[in-house]
Structure formats: structure tokens, C-alpha cells
Design a protein around this ligand. Structure first.
Ligand code: COA
Length: 296
């Protein structure tokens, strides 16, 4: 789909995208690149980041791939430093790296729980922490009048609760909290805007293939407002938050899910409700007979 944004809204900016080699992270990289940014992709699998970088180059996007695991402090530091060394600045950090799998809570080991918290939550904080010195107002290579932007990808799993994803729900809830705390502290002290995006079900991503297998899909689809978004939908939200279009937005988590998190089963048809409601109204207005009775 064609972008509604001008092609230069992030021109001259440099973005580092964790998990940028595939899925939502790749699409965010591509769209930031198509709108003028240079891109550094961080990922664990060399062949994945290599082919993502080749695809970005084929679209005319200046891009590099950097191997690394957000769970490792040395990797995080090296990737941030290499991004700065290569492009001479860092303006946008997108934390899209995540791990998840379906598992009933009673079969999940504490180590499995911790693994996802380490990737999603601690990994997000670690990358923010390492990138701070470059993102902050007055940071090396940056326009001295303004700080950078951070976008943390979370989810809607923890709005209410989600079956079989206790680890990821906890991790994403904590990411949203990190987003708000950093928005307060680093917005105040360093002029960095920190926002989040909470995607719903997005077609053609690991989130759907791993977490909504065929056996579940037909049942999920019966939920009102359950529909698939496209990676493009998430990338447009990221462009808005990363660019000056979102310059007054700080500490928000933008839900991009077609309204899915509001989904409640419809218990009665509209016609049935209309009749029932009128009937109850008439009954409630009827002149009471006899004396009111106390319920005590
Ligand atoms: N069910 C139950 N437990 C599982 C599991 C599953 N499907 N997959 C992994 N675990 C547990 C392991 O058993 C292990 O715990 P244990 O030591 O108590 O046995 C723990 O999780 C760590 O697993 P390991 O395979 O060593 O971790 P890893 O670092 O190699 O992989 C994952 C991390 C498990 C999150 C892996 O799914 C991953 O790398 N995912 C990245 C991509 C992704 O999932 N994206 C989804 C985006 S929505």
C-alpha cells in the first residue's frame, strides 16, 4: 500500500531496529528507510539479517546488519556503537525483538518464563540504556536542539488476559510500564520521546504462525472485531511516532489492532435487545400495587 506520509519525514535520521530482520521489525525498517532514514538492523541470525539488508538495499535504503542478542550486554553495546560508527548518529531506536511460544502456565518452567522476560523486557530496557548517550539531546552527531525517539513494540495480550502466554503477557505489560517511566524521566531530562505500539494479530508474522495455529484460528475468528492487520499498519504507526508528526506524543502506547482488545461476545441479537429493553421499561414504569416491601 502507498504511504500517506511524505517521503522525507524522517530524512537524515538513523534508526536502529532490533528484530529488524523479519516480520514487523523488518517492515518498520523498510518504511523508515523509504521515508528517508538510514537503518541498522540487529538480529541473532546472520542469514536473516543478511537477506533483510539485501532487500533494503534493493529498495534504495541505506542499511547495515549487525548480529547480536538483546539478552547480551556486550552485544547490545557493540551494536549501538557500530551503528553510530557507521552512520555518525542515532535518532530512533525501535525495540521489536521478542520471543514467545504457546504454553499452558502449568507446563512452563521458570526458566522458560524468564527467557521471554529477558528477551522482551530486559532486552528492551538494555537497548534503551545503551542507546541513551546517542539519543539524548546534545548527543554526538545529533541536531543539538532535539532528542531522539524510542518505540517499544508490546502487545495486547495483557489487556485482560490471554490463554497460554503468561510469560509474554507479563513481559509486554512490563514493556508498557518501561515505556511510560522512560517517557517521564528521559522526556524530562533528555528530550527523548518514548512511545509504544501494541499490535493485534498481524498477518504473515511469527506472532500468527506460532501463536494462532490453524487449530485455534477458526475459533478466534468468531470473536467480534478479530481481523488481521498488515505489517504495514504497524509500520505506519511507527512512522507517525518516530517523525515530527508525533512530536507532542510521549509515553503513549498506540494500540493498532482494529479494536480487537475490546472484543466481547455478543450475548443477544440487536432485535432481541430492542424488544427486551422496551418490555423491561414498561414493566419498570408500571404503577406499583400495594406497599413497597423491604428486602431486609
Ligand atoms: N514450550 C515450553 N517451554 C519452552 C518452549 C515451548 N514451546 N520453548 C522453549 N521453552 C523453554 C525451554 O524448555 C527452556 O526452559 P528449561 O531450561 O526450563 O527447559 C527455556 O524455554 C529456554 O529455551 P531455549 O530453547 O533454551 O531458549 P532460546 O534462547 O534458544 O530461544 C525462545 C528463545 C524459546 C523464546 C525461542 O522461541 C525464540 O528464540 N524465539 C524468537 C522468535 C519468536 O518467538 N518470535 C515470536 C514473536 S511473537
Amino acid at each position: 500500500m502507498e504511504s500517506p506520509f511524505k517521503a522525507d519525514i524522517v530524512k537524515g535520521k538513523v534508526a536502529l531496529v532490533t528484530g529488524g530482520g523479519s516480520g514487523i521489525g523488518y517492515e518498520i525498517s523498510l518504511q523508515l528507510g523509504k521515508h528517508g532514514a538510514s537503518i541498522a538492523i540487529m538480529g541473532r541470525r546472520k542469514h536473516v539479517i543478511d537477506s533483510a539488508v539485501a532487500a533494503l538495499h534493493s529498495q534504495g535504503v541505506p542499511a547495515i546488519g549487525l548480529e547480536g542478542d538483546v539478552r547480551k550486554d556486550d552485544d547490545a553495546a557493540r551494536v549501538v556503537e557500530s551503528t553510530f560508527k557507521h552512520f555518525g548518529r542515532l535518532d530512533i531506536l525501535v525495540n521489536a525483538a521478542a520471543g514467545n511460544f504457546l504454553v499452558p502456565a502449568e507446563y512452563l518452567s521458570p526458566n522458560g518464563f524468564q527467557t521471554v522476560i529477558d528477551i522482551d523486557t530486559v532486552g528492551t530496557f538494555r537497548m534503551c540504556h545503551k542507546a541513551l548517550k546517542y539519543l539524548k539531546k546534545g548527543g554526538p552527531g545529533k541536531d543539538p536542539s532535539t532528542g531522539g525517539a524510542i518505540i517499544n513494540i508490546s502487545a495486547i495480550l495483557h489487556y485482560g488476559a490471554t490463554w497460554y502466554q503468561i510469560h509474554a503477557s507479563a513481559a509486554k505489560a512490563a514493556i508498557d510500564s518501561v515505556t511510560r517511566s522512560l517517557a517521564l524521566e528521559w522526556g524530562t531530562d533528555h528530550d527523548i520521546r518514548v512511545n509504544g505500539i501494541a499490535p493485534g494479530a498481524v498477518d504473515d508474522t511469527a506472532g500468527v504462525t506460532k501463536l494462532a495455529p490453524e487449530e485455534m484460528l477458526s475459533k478466534i475468528k468468531e470473536k467480534p472485531l478479530y481481523k488481521f492487520g498488515e505489517k504495514w499498519d504497524i509500520a505506519m504507526a511507527a512512522l507517525y511516532l518516530a517523525s515530527d508528526a508525533g512530536k507532542f506524543v510521549n509515553g503513549t502506547v498506540l494500540v493498532v489492532d482494529g479494536g480487537q482488545w475490546l472484543s466481547m461476545p455478543r450475548l443477544l441479537s440487536k432485535d432481541a435487545v430492542k424488544q427486551l429493553s422496551r418490555r423491561e421499561e414498561i414493566r419498570s414504569r408500571a404503577v406499583p400495587t400495594g406497599l413497597p416491601k423491604s428486602k431486609l
